[in-house]
Design a protein around this ligand. Structure first.
Ligand code: HEM
Length: 144
């Protein structure tokens, strides 16, 4: 469990940290210049470490969740089941946002559509931060 949690926290640092840099560091500059190039450049660079980090999150997360609760109880209404459901819901949102960006936004990205991508980056960063909040809930036995 210690090694799983270690990898999970390492992946979380990469995933959340990368998106915060994108949101607060790269995006404002791109919006000011109405130029999607800085975002493109960052995504190309970050993808190579961000996607493996997300995969690590999913594998270690599902593994730890099954140590917390047998699969049959994941859809129950105990406090820990609620946390697992929260993680899975956020994972679904992350996948939808990722697919939407990859298939709909990025291929047709230009200065005009940049604010749309900006909103998208804000949402994915919020889900990343929410992952951390829900994760911390396991230690404290609930969401709040
Ligand atoms: C990018 C996505 C994710 C991030 C940023 C993230 C982040 C975190 C953080 C910061 C913790 C707190 C660990 C602690 O208490 O010290 C945590 C715990 C946990 N996460 Fe995630 N997580 C992510 C995805 C997932 C997924 C997909 C699952 C699958 C169900 C998951 C399951 C868990 C579990 C079971 C714990 C409790 C570990 C423990 O303390 O025993 N996580 N997560």
């Amino acid at each position: 469990m210690r090694y799983l949690l270690f990898l999970h926290l390492l992946g979380a640092s990469v995933w959340v940290g990368g998106h915060l840099v994108l949101l607060f560091g790269v995006l404002p500059k791109a919006l000011r210049g109405r130029d999607p190039q800085p975002v493109r450049q960052f995504e190309q660079l970050y993808e190579r470490i961000g996607i493996p980090a997300l995969i690590v999150q999913v594998v270690t997360g599902l593994w730890m969740a099954s140590l917390w609760l047998p699969h049959a109880q994941w859809l129950g209404d105990s406090p820990v089941a609620r946390l697992v459901q929260g993680k899975l819901l956020l994972l679904g949102l992350t996948a939808l946002l990722g697919l939407h960006a990859r298939l709909a936004l990025i291929p047709r990205l230009d200065g005009e559509r940049l604010p749309q991508l900006g909103l998208h980056i804000l949402l994915i960063t919020l889900t990343a931060v929410a992952f951390v909040w829900v994760g911390a809930g396991f230690r404290f036995g609930g969401l709040f």
